[in-house]
Design a protein around this ligand. Sequence first.
Ligand SMILES: C[S@@+](CC[C@H](N)C(=O)[O-])C[C@H]1O[C@@H](n2cnc3c(N)ncnc32)[C@H](O)[C@@H]1O
Length: 274
Amino acid sequence: MSITSDASSLSQEGLALQAATTADEVCAVQLAQRLSLPVLTTGMDLVHFTSAKAVLVVSGQALYLQQTGRGAPGPVGVNFGSAGMRHRSRSGTSELLGKAVGHGKKIPLRVLDATAGLGRDAFILADLGCEVVMCEREPVILQMLHYGLQSAASSSDIWLSGVVQHMRLCSQDARYLSAKEIQGMDVIYLDPMFPQRAKSAAVKKEMALFQMLLERSADPQDADALLVWALQQNTARVVVKRPSKAPNLATLKPSHCIEGKSVRYDVYVHRKLL
Ligand SMILES: C[S@@+](CC[C@H](N)C(=O)[O-])C[C@H]1O[C@@H](n2cnc3c(N)ncnc32)[C@H](O)[C@@H]1O
């Protein structure tokens, strides 16, 4: 097993991987090989290990990213059964997202979430009854999503394991999906990165990690190109999540907008959902 605390073998993003317990070491080493990350000694104190910006921790069925150093915020991972997700799935936020994709107009509604991230929007859509295909191109986030889905699928909570039955993960850039894979999709949903000021500590810690991992996705031209691609596909509509005051992506005017308190959904309609 290759265990290191050598800063020179860290990834470009300053990432390393660690097993939470000795029982997690085999999984940690396999994952580290897949992601080309060095493995830190199990039990190594991450508060004082500042050679890495963040460490991916394998802990049983969970995989989370922990920033290092004193005063670092708590871990970020994918936990679809968390109190936050349960609350969100019952709040008005899901209604807005549902309205934007056209929930209720077609059953089942097939949504391609081309920017899966931590999968929260995809989960909300699946909970509403949509069939969701998620695309994620960033390997670390992809693995966190994979662990989150596996853990939810094997949960004894019937609601949770049931919802994730309607979510499928594709490990690639959405723009490289074949026409056959997109065929049958009703909606393409986009939530690209946007540099914004966050109010809550929870959002701030996630954004810090996203920004570290996703410099490419934070490029506004990358998001513009993604919308242009999405609009060229044969789907009934494309929905883009934006901070409420942000300009339209690619300066393209949507057919209509669904406004929330801090976000809006720009809806580009090609045809009726039938
Ligand atoms: C802001 S996050 C999305 C958050 C997500 N909506 C959620 O609810 O957790 C944007 C994600 O999209 C991914 N992404 C951006 N462009 C992509 C593309 N062309 N194909 C696949 N993934 C992409 C990034 O890697 C990043 O993880």
